[in-house]
Design a protein around this ligand. Sequence first.
Ligand SMILES: [Zn+2]
Ligand SMILES: [Zn+2]
Length: 116
Amino acid sequence: MIKKETKTEEIVETKYLCDFCGVEVRQTYTFCDVRCCICGRDMCPKHRVDYREPGDYNGGDYTTMICTECNKTSEPYFEKLKILLLNYEEEEEEILQEMKNVCMENVKNKGDNNEF
Ligand SMILES: [Zn+2]
Ligand SMILES: [Zn+2]
């Protein structure tokens, strides 16, 4: 006797949905492409932007993505960082100039009294 039974297998599929609009997000290269590197929410191309900290000029092929919301939140902080960097550059220049001046003073003083 032959008895045929139909079996249904349950397949569990993991899908990543954009936390902002619910669109399915395809994982492309790295997790950082689909998941916000700050808040960890999944994001579709519409809801993600390149993340680059002020002063990080070595970008290029490697980019990190963050969600549009974190991008908006980080704007005033990035402004603060930019000002900080600007002040840093100015102060750095002042300090280096002072250092050079002292070095030149030393040379001048040595010429005057041959002391070590
Ligand atoms: Zn989205
Ligand atoms: Zn985020």
